[in-house]
Design a binder for this molecule. Structure first.
Ligand code: NAP
Length: 282
């Protein structure tokens, strides 16, 4: 069987084009260009690359970026103070804290210093609760991107068995809840799950959010399943072993070019929406 590739690059391009048009319309209306603040702690090479990528894509979509760098030695208090100041700055409409932050910092405390109205990466408890209750708010960007990719390929989660491997607060948990909201029957798997493959082999929709290169192989995939690989490991390698999984899958995301570009597209779309919310409320 030859699977259909879910082309996140192409789908994300359409979302970014729409975000750019919305940003231009907002700027024409209000005279203000939407601004995304990116905050980086330390100089982890992968994080530096991700932040730069987000800034470049922002610029192409007509979104300004303001970049703030804190040293590796920054404390939780330093980071909270930075994020609080950006939350209060009317010139900033969205805030992205590049994570993971260095280990001594309390990442949850830092996330919670982001004002919900500017939480365009969907990392605060407020955003999580709004998503869980089906109320308006910003979704966690990667899960939001995954749902948009499924929609673009007419994958309706209703009635399907979705198995999510991973339960992190920014990826595994929220993507499972978004699938549940769309009437999938959801199973979460994690590091303590017994007989993982027995679960994943039942998945009509299998989401890999593990952080282990090529972790899910073809024998973990039900024939014809929709396989979404959210993993992004050093060397541009996903959490799914594409070579063995693709022949079993009905639809599958490549890495790179699957979930990654969708994450940035949702981030930009939410930044423009945040700017509109803030500028038109004034
Ligand atoms: P994380 O916080 O490290 O969470 C990993 C999850 O995988 C945990 O829930 C863990 O279970 C589970 N896990 C670990 N080993 C396992 C095993 N042997 N069997 C089953 N489950 C296992 O990672 P994350 O932040 O969610 O990221 C996951 C992946 O997505 C990474 O590759 C990351 O780079 C990628 N990612 C990509 C994007 C993007 O834009 N494309 C964005 C964010 C993350 P426990 O909870 O039991 O520890």
């Amino acid at each position: 069987m030859s699977p259909v590739l879910m082309d996140g690059t192409a789908v994300s391009r359409r979302i970014v084009e729409q975000a750019a048009a919305d940003a231009a319309a907002l700027t024409a209306e209000t005279g203000v260009t939407p601004c995304l603040a990116t905050v980086l702690v330390g100089a982890d090479p992968a994080s530096v690359t991700y932040v730069r990528m987000k800034q470049n894509r922002s610029a192409k979509a007509g979104i300004r970026s303001r970049h703030v760098e804190l040293p590796e030695t920054a404390t939780t208090a330093d980071l909270v103070a930075t994020l609080t100041a950006l939350s209060q700055d009317p010139d900033v409409h969205g805030i992205l804290l590049q994570h993971p932050v260095p280990a001594p910092i309390d990442e949850r405390a830092a996330f919670e210093a982001i004002a919900p109205a500017k939480d365009v990466d969907g990392v605060t408890m407020h955003s999580f609760a709004a998503m869980a209750f089906g109320e308006p708010g910003f979704v966690s960007a990667t899960p939001g991107g995954i749902m948009r990719l499924l929609d673009a390929y007419d994958v309706d989660p209703a009635g399907k068995h979705a198995v999510v491997v991973g339960r992190s607060p920014i990826l595994g948990k929220p993507v499972g809840m978004l699938l549940l909201a769309r009437n999938a029957t959801v199973t979460y798997c994690h590091s303590k799950t017994a007989d993982l493959a027995a679960h994943t082999r039942q998945a009509d929709i299998l989401v890999a959010a593990v952080g282990r290169p090529r972790f899910l192989t073809g024998d973990a995939v039900k024939p014809g399943a929709v396989v979404v690989d959210a993993g992004y490991n050093p060397g541009n390698v996903g959490d799914v072993d594409f070579a063995s999984a693709a022949p079993k899958a009905g639809l599958i995301t490549p890495v790179p070019g699957g979930v990654g570009p969708m994450t940035i597209a949702v981030l930009l779309e939410q930044t423009v929406a945040a700017a509109r919310g803030q500028l038109t409320r004034q």
